[in-house]
Design a protein around this ligand. Structure first.
Ligand SMILES: *[C@@H]1O[C@H](CO)[C@@H](O)[C@H](O)[C@H]1NC(C)=O
Ligand SMILES: *[C@@H]1O[C@H](CO)[C@@H](O)[C@H](O)[C@H]1NC(C)=O
Length: 140
């Protein structure tokens, strides 16, 4: 039975993967699994000591729209001083993900006060990974 399930899962993966893997270089990819791959790749290549605003409170409150808006904003700002890196791609895809869900980040982030605490980029990426997995799990 287990073997059968495995076979079924691989068959489905085979059916699905060409669509997922096909490169669309100039189009934003809003697929969360794709974004997660970019996050892990960026994390593995990132070796600087850069600190950004903490987002723990947005993780604790359930990885909602505000979380994804805030991380998009942080990575976009960071990418501007770090041109040509994967963080720009992640920020762009997160933006597309937010727009696709009709979330107005400008409105959501308006008037939000910074927490005053800072975390490292890898820590931010860990939060992002956690929230992507949560969102996938909820099937949103
Ligand atoms: C998107 O948001 C706008 C403004 O908040 C709203 O008027 C519109 O109905 C929304 N569209 C969808 C597809 O949710
Ligand atoms: C980032 O790298 C660190 C150190 O290798 C690891 O502990 C962490 O789990 C990684 N996070 C992500 C999101 O890949």
């Amino acid at each position: 039975m287990k073997m059968m399930m495995l076979l079924l899962v691989s068959a489905v993966a085979l059916l699905v993967s060409p669509a997922v893997a096909s490169p669309t270089p100039h189009k934003a990819n809003i697929n969360l699994n794709h974004i997660l791959e970019e996050v892990e790749k960026f994390n593995a290549s990132f070796n600087k000591q850069v600190f950004v605003e903490d987002v723990q409170h947005l993780v604790d409150s359930g990885c909602g729209d505000k979380f994804f808006c805030k991380v998009q904003d942080i990575l976009h700002k960071h990418a501007q001083i770090n041109k040509g890196n994967d963080d720009e791609t992640i920020a762009r895809n997160l933006k597309a993900f937010n727009v696709h869900r009709n979330v107005s980040c400008t409105e959501l982030l308006h008037g939000m006060t910074p927490t005053g605490t800072e975390i490292s980029i890898p820590k931010l990426l860990d939060h992002l990974k956690h929230c992507i997995q949560q969102t996938n799990f909820r099937g949103k």
